[in-house]
Write a protein that binds this ligand. Structure first.
Ligand SMILES: Cc1cc2nc3c(=O)[nH]c(=O)nc-3n(C[C@H](O)[C@H](O)[C@H](O)COP(=O)(O)OP(=O)(O)OC[C@H]3O[C@@H](n4cnc5c(N)ncnc54)[C@H](O)[C@@H]3O)c2cc1C
Length: 399
């Protein structure tokens, strides 16, 4: 009887899980008649989500069939709605109907989503860059702005908010707004303080050079079509409010009988198997473990991609009674885009400054346009080899 591995999600963790599983089966000489791999995603695309702040979104999606087809992975397009761990089935909606599929092993990789706190008007009026669809909507809105709609308020001074804000003056100018005003607001007193002292100075220099106004100590009370009202009662008039504050793991993580962390993530072993469960693995933003025995995995493609490769390899090993490989990642980097000014590259959990400006931007462009893409050649061998259960070296440095 054919056994089945079901992978939920085809983002950085899910796509690499599927390829990793196909690679492991190929290595073991096990054909699809013995073990089939099925991926379920609500779109037909692998989205390079980290590029959603960019002005030009062309090429930020890769057709899933172009990667999964050559390696014999079956794709189902549908919205996952439930997981029955006891019954080992997944429920999903496809073609307007509720369906279900049984699994022998599962990889949960439905990722994360932008948190939307219950702030009046936020859901109706704010834009975001969380998904390709949302980012496209924002860019289309900016292209339609008139000359008196020159202010953009970006809320959330984390990495995504900084990247969205530093790209924004250029987007507004391209839309014909000669004197754009971009405000980057956050609860924290200083924007970029989490990035360490070295990077903070670089971020502040870049914001200043680009004319982005940092506003610390801000709490948004409501949002409407003409701007935002702060908790202090102050009004910020803005034709565009972009919400970038906080991520939460996919809500379906609640369907597993385990305790999740404060971000809603599932606890996994270094093998990526969910702690305490027999047949379920998780990877990417929906999971957490101590990557080097000390530091917790971060919601990032930096961690999501190796988690995926190892989850895919290990789910096959577990199914076929082979030893699993623990994932350990001994390095951590942050390469933050700062728009036309450049970028900043830090290394280590203490975020030592490695490079900045155009040198760091070269690294960022290699990451965003090459390093994190699956092979686009359609070549089966090349696709499988790219998913070997190994940890890449840190991104290249320049300067
Ligand atoms: C603007 C931006 C910039 C970022 N910059 C960086 C960066 O510089 N470096 C970095 O490391 N990380 C960055 N990140 C974070 C990174 O994008 C995430 O950590 C990464 O996408 C997580 O991968 P994942 O596979 O877990 O989830 P995702 O990439 O979100 O993939 C989840 C997949 O599940 C699918 N899905 C979701 N729900 C369902 C459902 N119910 N049914 C079916 N399918 C579903 C989605 O369609 C998607 O394909 C950035 C994120 C954003 C938004």
């Amino acid at each position: 009887m054919t056994q089945r591995i079901v992978v939920l999600g085809a983002g950085f963790a899910g796509l690499w899980s599927a390829i990793g599983a196909a690679r492991a089966l190929d290595e073991l000489g096990v054909g699809a008649e013995r073990v089939e791999i099925v991926v379920i995603d609500k779109t037909a695309w692998h989205s390079i989500r980290v590029r959603n702040y960019e002005a030009d979104l062309d090429g930020t999606r890769v057709g899933l069939d172009s990667v999964l087809g050559p390696i014999g992975v079956r794709r189902l397009e549908g919205e996952v709605t439930g997981i029955d761990v006891a019954g080992r089935t997944v429920a999903y909606d496809a073609n307007g109907a509720s369906q279900s599929i049984a699994y022998d092993r599962l990889v949960f990789a439905l990722g994360s989503r932008l948190a939307h706190p219950p702030i009046p008007g936020l859901a109706a009026h704010a834009f975001d860059v969380d998904t390709y669809a949302a980012a496209s909507r924002l860019n289309a809105h900016i292209a339609r702005l008139g000359p008196d709609q020159s202010t953009v308020l970006v809320v959330g001074g984390g990495l995504t908010g900084i990247e969205a804000a530093t790209e924004m003056p250029g987007k507004l100018r391209a839309a014909g707004i000669a004197a754009p005003r971009v405000i980057l607001a956050d609860h924290a007193a200083r924007i970029g303080a989490d990035m360490g002292a070295g990077a903070l100075a670089v971020i502040e220099e870049a914001l200043g050079a680009l004319g982005v106004e940092p506003r610390g100590g801000v709490s948004v009370a409501s949002v409407d079509a003409e701007g935002a009202t702060l908790a202090t009662g102050e009004r910020i008039a803005a034709a565009t409010v972009v919400w970038c504050a906080g991520m939460q793991a996919h809500p379906l993580t609640a369907q597993f009988p385990v305790e999740r962390d404060r971000l809603g993530r599932l606890p996994v072993e270094p093998s990526l198997k969910i702690k305490g469960l027999a047949a379920e693995f998780a990877a990417g933003d929906a999971a957490w473990f101590l990557v080097d025995g000390v530091h917790c995995s971060v919601m990032s493609c930096q961690h999501g991609r190796p988690m995926g490769r190892f989850a895919g390899h290990n789910v096959v090993c577990d199914l076929l009674d082979r030893p699993m490989l623990p994932l350990r990642i001994d390095w951590y980097t942050t390469i933050l885009d700062l728009g036309p000014w450049g970028a900043v590259y830090t290394e280590g959990w203490d975020r030592r400054l490695v490079s900045q400006g155009s040198a760091a931007k070269r690294t960022k462009e290699i990451i965003n346009r090459e390093r994190i893409y699956p092979p686009r050649s359609g070549n089966r061998r090349e696709i499988l080899d790219a998913a070997a259960p190994t940890v890449q070296a840190p991104p290249v440095r320049f300067g």
